[in-house]
Design a protein around this ligand. Structure first.
Ligand SMILES: [Zn+2]
Length: 140
């Protein structure tokens, strides 16, 4: 089982369980997901998006881990542990901090946090490639 933190277009956030990430995609495609507060069908996953600038070793490690990823819960938790040990959490300031790091070539800092879909698209238009992982709670 995978728990996703979901968000509707009215900015309500809630958690929901799925047997796999493909179950989530299927339900979303069939418009069977709705907000528990306002019934909106416009649901997206809140995105955890770690990103680093010039620390290529760390980035390569992370990409290697992602290649090995499956929907298995323990894998995703390993990934989360890796990120927590190597990246600084900046929460909702993520898109602002990413820009600071991106435009400062000397920075070796790795950060992670959350972005909205819109922020993510803006960053990608600026050429900032984000790395995204499903984020699991370790205690369930
Ligand atoms: Zn809602």
């Amino acid at each position: 089982m995978i728990k996703y933190n979901l968000k509707c277009d009215g900015n309500h956030e809630f958690d929901s369980w799925f047997s796999s990430s493909s179950e989530y995609e299927n339900l979303k495609k069939k418009k069977m997901l709705s907000c528990i507060y306002c019934n909106s069908k416009k649901i997206s996953k809140t995105i955890m998006a770690p990103m680093i600038s010039s620390n290529k070793d760390l980035e390569n490690d992370l990409r290697k881990q992602q290649l090995k990823l499956s929907d298995k819960k323990e894998k995703l938790i390993q990934m989360r542990n890796f990120i927590e040990n190597n990246f600084e959490y900046v929460g909702k300031d993520f898109s602002k901090k990413v820009r600071e790091i991106y435009y400062d070539n000397d920075s070796k800092k790795g950060i992670y946090g959350t972005t909205t879909h819109e922020e993510r698209e803006e960053l990608s238009e600026e050429g900032i490639d984000l790395f995204t992982v499903p984020w699991l709670n370790k205690d369930n």
